[in-house]
Design a protein around this ligand. Sequence first.
Ligand code: PLP
Length: 837
Amino acid sequence: MPTDPTPTPDRPDTPHGLPSDALPRPADAPAGLARRIEQHLLHTMAVAPQAAGPVELLGAVSQAARSELSRRWVQADAADRAAQARRVVYLSMEFLIGRSLGNALGALDLSAEAAASVATHARTLEEIEDQERDAALGNGGLGRLAACFLDSMATLGLPSYGYGIRYEFGMFAQSIQGGRQVEHPDPWLEDGTPWEFPRPGVVHPVRFGGWVEHPESPDVPPVWRHAGTVQAKAYDMVVPGHGTERVSTLRLWKAVAPAHIDLHAFNSGDYARAAEFKNAFENISWVLYPNDSTPAGRELRLKQEYFFTSASIQDVLARHLAEHGRLTNLADKVAIHLNDTHPAIGVAELLRLLVDEHGFAWTPAWRITQRVFSYTNHTLMPEALETWPVSLFQQVLPRHLEIIFRINHELMVEAQAARPGDLDFMRRLSLIDENGERRVRMAHLAVAGSHQVNGVSALHSQLLVQTIFADFAALWPDRFSNVTNGVTPRRWLAQANAPLAGLIDRRIGPGWRRDLDQLVHLKPLADDAAFRSEFLAAKQANKQRLARVIAETTGIAVDAASLFDVQVKRFHEYKRQLLNVLHVVTRYRAILAQPNGPDGQGWQPRTVIFAGKAASGYAMAKQIIRLIHDVGRVINHDPRIGDRLKLVFIPNYGVSLAEAIMPGADLSEQISTAGTEASGTGNMKLALNGALTIGTDDGANIEIRQAVGDDNIFIFGRRASEVTAIRAAGYQPMRLYESLPQLKAVLDAIASGAFSPDEPGRYRGLVDALLWGGDHYLLLADYEDYVATQLKVDARYRDREAWARQAIANVAAMGVFSADRAIGEYARRIWQVAPQA
Ligand SMILES: *Cc1c(COP(=O)(O)O)cnc(C)c1O
């Protein structure tokens, strides 16, 4: 392992009897790649090269890249085994990968050759790459973070594995019909993918249900009499490193019914019943739950979590035993990371495997477990924290429930010793929430079972130990730390933004791809008029490209000379897209009231761009999407407005669309209620592409502000501490409505049907939730400052040279937000895993 199961017709033996790649690359290398592509067209795609269309070319170019990556993969794997390297294992329910070809070609430094090769077929590489479907095995930020992190692990040369689920259906595709979101299934594997490598030899059984038998003798471990087994089958994806031959592995598990299942029904010809049984097992890896920041709370979800976690840990133990022959040194050789609580059941699973199946006593097994695991928390919002009813656990994972109770018993003993008689302290720490229906608190399990716990921005990590984990922090202060998130500059600058990447290369060289701190050398160039002009030209080219995407997907023509004001992310009330809409309606009314501008100098033309999906069951979020379309229809067709304001919604936000949007943004909207956005990573991608941020003092916005300087960012609104104080004092949104005439007029217009004349009451509920429902996310409290700050943005943008200076200052300061910096911190401080050459 890994072995390439496909033949490699692209590497025929040479006349010398050596594989061709054992020889130095010939001087006419492009012809070499071109030849491999032609051979793949013929032998892999079975199409005459001269008849190949874009889809066939995509297949052939991908195969050519895949073959080279396979070679690197086998080498990296052999090197790690020979070195008996310590590895990191990253467990994540989601990997939001996007497309692979452009990234692979970039990593192999073959982009130019590939472009030349497809040019001989009268195609552009962009056109070919656009044929690839996104691998959308994630909802949003959390899944994309996991994908960026794998890219960095490979690039830094960390011996590493990502583990997740091979969902048959990824994140739903979004279309808009009559202004409303419609969801469509995402059968991304329908036509096969060249990027996965089935590993038919790698299979682990995962068991569910039943009961536990306790033998008389305390020396004999309990026996889990499970009620059913599914097989987890491995499918690997290779994760290329950039500027290195190192690669990493993403191993995804597919659930398969055991072959013996209901053979009787099958043999007796009752295929319908046989199929039913099969589905009952295989539905575990069928579909990604399309919830972001909200636990699904379904039995199937718990099964998904256990399924992939158990398979992954069994795989880790099997690999360790093959390399070391014993498990006592497991913690010396592997670090397992929990990306949020979704794989937190792994704590109980490792204990179960060590104690029940490998003969460990509890205490050494617990010591190993705590040394092996570390955990990243991604949210503070109480409603977003995962808990499971004890009764459901009993039914699905009875042995694990026992183990959780034992961990909890020891935790309670420790709590009692730390604060004798403080029953509230114990109740708050407990792994079991005893208020109402008893529930298992997965975050508490993750904290108890890990040696390190981190938040994802400075503010978030600070709030973690002050709020939801305050009691744990009192008990174990050294367990908590911060690792601010980051994004990979390969995908989010080099690949997504060729005009800017090329300009940067010409001025400071290409080294920033692997060392993003080098962007600091752009800082003095903000004073170089020629550089500013080239920078603005690159931005303009990206805006024109984005304007084409907008025209193609929405039919709306936007002016690429206007300010592109962008809010792209999942739709959630805490992210406050509705606050953005309130500003748009405010501006619309202001343009009508003062056609010559607030100061008589005219209005800075603006295009407000939204994209993002709402969870299918999240009515309020979907209603906000509808409102954007209703407001857009009115504004975009109002002849009095002309080009001064446009509002567009680009459907089906995902990684590939993000790659088209980020480079074309002037203004990045990061306007969550302070204290709610753990970090954000969209904020980093946009600033890296030269957008200025308008944002609250929240998540990583705070660190972006520190990096770029107060003058190069627009911060507004209440801080996290003020939000807490306002809520504690009894927030009264109605007072704001009554005291701010502009706000009142905007809310009245929306509530009375000014944008929904066909159904005047359509948005009454939305407005009532603000006025009467408590406005939980404090939109009205931040409204006035937000609108005033938007006017400052206009003024700043009018001086295009000043704006360019500030945008350049943003790009130059983004070094710290590289995922390489984040992974470097994890590797040194949390995982103690070292790069391999
Ligand atoms: C970066 C990214 C996100 C996260 O965006 P936030 O603004 O941080 O919420 C979500 N979805 C996609 C496709 C992304 O690329």
